[in-house]
Design a protein around this ligand. Structure first.
Ligand SMILES: C[S@@+](CC[C@H](N)C(=O)[O-])C[C@H]1O[C@@H](n2cnc3c(N)ncnc32)[C@H](O)[C@@H]1O
Length: 240
């Protein structure tokens, strides 16, 4: 499939996203909250990058974490801080068979499906990799044209906001530019329908949270307006 962003070139700069306020103090705690109790569970981190989410799950009780990414540079970075219970695999999450897992995470990677056909393929691939009662957790881009630079991102859909429209993303840390990315927009209803179409049940949208640490560090005033419209969608879906 066509490559939307060359993470072999972006990997160094992308590492700075780990300290973006939104990612550190909202996306991460929200994903952990949705996951619930993952002690002794096998977790699959799709598009794991340098292991941002993998490490958290591996540190906090997961039996095993498989991180999968198709960028060798991202995998090399992830392997720099190896934990005993993590395994990083160079593979294409749309094309290659995925390891069996109880929980699959797809944070900031679903929008790399180039069209709705690819989206079906990805969700089917994840569904096949999950155990019975396994859970998928997705973080997707849902731009609304707001300026969320102070939280870490500015995203714009080019043209009409329809399935497969292009999204331009600029990432920032403390207003300092990190990098630009391209992604592909899918409507909430397409995401939901596609999940059901491959066999998932119990598709739920979750409200994001901000961790106490984030509130302590930046204060309530800073976060005003973010939770109501973070331009991200948090979805969980179950394989029953
Ligand atoms: C926006 S980054 C997110 C990285 C990580 N989830 C994080 O939040 O720090 C997207 C990641 O998905 C990976 N990726 C993109 N397309 C992929 C594919 N077809 N198969 C596997 N990984 C892919 C990229 O190499 C990149 O590391």
């Amino acid at each position: 499939m066509p490559i939307l962003n060359d993470y072999n070139k972006l990997s160094e700069s992308y590492q700075q996203t780990a300290v973006k306020p939104d990612k550190q103090f909202s996306t991460l705690p929200t994903v952990l909250k949705i996951a619930g109790n993952f002690e002794n569970k096998v977790v699959l981190d799709l598009g794991c990058g340098n292991g941002f989410f993998s490490n958290e799950f591996a540190h906090n009780g997961a039996k095993k974490v498989f991180g999968v990414d198709n960028s060798i540079e991202q995998i090399n970075l992830a392997k720099k801080n190896p934990l005993e219970n993590t395994e990083y695999i160079l593979a294409d999450i749309f094309e290659d068979k995925l390891p069996v897992a109880d929980i699959a995470l797809a944070p900031y990677v679903v929008n790399y499906a180039t069209d709705t056909k690819q989206l079906v393929k990805l969700f089917q691939n994840i569904f096949d990799s999950l155990t019975e009662k396994g859970k998928l957790i997705i973080v997707v881009d849902l731009p609304e044209g707001k300026d969320l630079k102070k939280f870490g991102a500015i995203k714009n859909v080019l043209g009409e906001k329809v399935d497969e429209a292009q999204i331009e993303i600029q990432l920032f840390n403390n207003e300092k530019f990190i990098c630009s990315l391209n992604a592909v927009y899918f409507t909430p209803s397409t995401l939901e329908k596609t999940l059901y179409s491959v066999g998932f049940t119990d598709v739920v949208w979750h409200k994001p949270i901000i961790s106490d640490e984030g509130i302590k560090k930046f204060g309530n005033e800073f976060w005003k307006g973010y939770i109501e419209s973070p331009e991200l969608g948090y979805i969980s879906a179950t394989k029953i």
